[in-house]
Design a protein around this ligand. Structure first.
Ligand code: DQA
Length: 148
């Protein structure tokens, strides 16, 4: 059984990018922790980061063909701009949790609106990189309760 974690633009810079906002943990450290936790629970987890909107759309579309059952996504700046990525998730109908490292509601007003939140199972923001782990815990519990 499969899960997918998606990271939007500039998240490849985690660790060095505005560390006071986003922390010092790198993307590969986050991905490793997620893969390990999923494996422990008997699930297969793939991760994907892109700085390109169309690549993220393509990855979401591919997820349906791969029978991915749950998505954890940090759309990053596309949170506030991308109807295309929103439509891709709606199009494949795979449930997802939206996550942000920073508390977007404590930041600039343009970060307060998300094209994803009203379609998400839930939203986690402001809890740093561990927000990804909390989102994964939710997904694992949800899938376990649904059976194989
Ligand atoms: C972010 C918040 C977004 O507003 C920003 O554009 C990002 C990262 C976060 O994880 O806090 O790139 O999604």
């Amino acid at each position: 059984r499969r899960l997918l974690v998606l990271h939007g633009p500039n998240l490849n810079l985690l660790g060095t990018r505005e560390p006071e906002v986003y922390g010092r943990v790198t993307l590969s450290e986050i991905d490793r922790a997620l893969v390990a936790r999923a494996q422990e629970a008997g699930f297969e987890l793939a991760t994907f980061q892109s700085n390109h909107e169309g690549q993220l759309v393509d990855r979401v579309q591919a997820a349906r063909a791969e029978a991915v059952e749950f998505v954890v996504i940090n759309p990053a700046a596309y949170t506030h701009t991308s109807v295309a990525l929103r439509d891709a998730l709606a199009g494949v109908g795979i449930p997802f949790v939206e996550i942000h490292l920073s508390n977007v509601h404590r930041r600039e007003p343009f970060r307060h609106h998300s094209y994803f939140s009203d379609q998400a199972e839930g939203v986690i923001c402001g809890l740093g990189w561990k927000g990804y782990l909390y989102a994964l815990e939710f997904a694992l519990e949800r899938l376990a309760s649904q059976g194989a």
